[in-house]
Design a binder for this molecule. Structure first.
Ligand SMILES: *Cc1c(COP(=O)(O)O)cnc(C)c1O
Length: 229
């Protein structure tokens, strides 16, 4: 597994997808290297290859791996967060992408109020209404966004979505497009609202074409995850 080579291939494919866009052609696109279930050696290799953003989905795993990271790497929490881990999460992560309830947002706001930090967050949307998935449903979205907008210690940076797993990523194109429309509608009235996080190894090309400006890629950079470890 050549991590550096894979990383460059993903960057190239992001660029190709961006050129197929019909709008926002010049928008910068952020690649998050998702290191969950990979060791710190793999994480280091990605950073040496140019990764500026790292994504982890569990607080415990990040606690073990982040101490070796240099400060200028941006750390993203992309997995579900339990309210009893918010204090640790605020300490560890620059951006928490998985805010999906007022209860969690309240706990995060309180945890950040005890620090100097204003916590950057994304609201995770369950746009496909998958029952087993985290993310706020669109009917509950307005009250959550209103709450986060008003929270003194949270800064709403954008939206996150995990698309359904399908055999052909094209099937998710309408969903990515819809998310970009929601994002564009919210953007003009908000400061610092700039991140639309969607697209993973199997669908990031389509996601970027439809307006993702953050993609979270694990397998295409690091290979398959081994959950036996
Ligand atoms: C694991 C994970 C990814 C990366 O998935 P790959 O298919 O390996 O690229 C992206 N986003 C979230 C929320 C994840 O949990």
């Amino acid at each position: 597994m050549n991590i550096a080579e894979n990383f460059r291939t993903v960057l190239d494919e992001i660029e190709t997808a961006r050129q197929k866009r019909t709008s926002n052609v010049d928008e910068p696109i952020k690649l998050i290297a998702v290191t969950k279930n990979h060791d710190v050696t793999a994480m280091r290799e990605a950073i040496d290859a140019g990764a500026t953003d790292i994504g982890e989905n569990r607080v415990q795993e990040a606690t073990e791996k982040f101490p070796v990271l240099e400060r200028n790497v941006t750390r993203h929490l992309i997995g579900h967060l339990q309210t009893n881990k918010v204090k640790q999460a605020v300490k560890l992560f620059d951006v928490i992408q998985s805010v999906d309830s007022i209860r969690l947002a309240t706990a995060l706001d309180k945890a950040a109020s005890g620090t100097e930090k204003i916590q950057d967050v994304l609201i995770q949307v369950n746009a496909a209404r998958e029952p087993q998935k985290s993310g706020v449903l669109l009917e509950d979205f307005d009250s959550l966004i209103q709450f986060v907008d008003g929270a003194d210690n949270l800064r709403l940076r954008g939206l996150m979505m995990i698309a359904p797993i399908v055999s052909d990523a094209e099937e998710c194109r309408p969903l990515f497009k819809k998310m970009r429309e929601i994002f564009d509608a919210l953007k003009p009235s908000r400061k610092d609202f700039d991140l639309l996080s969607m697209g993973m190894s199997h669908d990031y090309g389509v996601a970027v074409q439809e307006g993702a400006n953050v993609v979270r890629v694990g397998t295409a950079i690091f290979g398959a995850r081994n959950y036996q470890n």
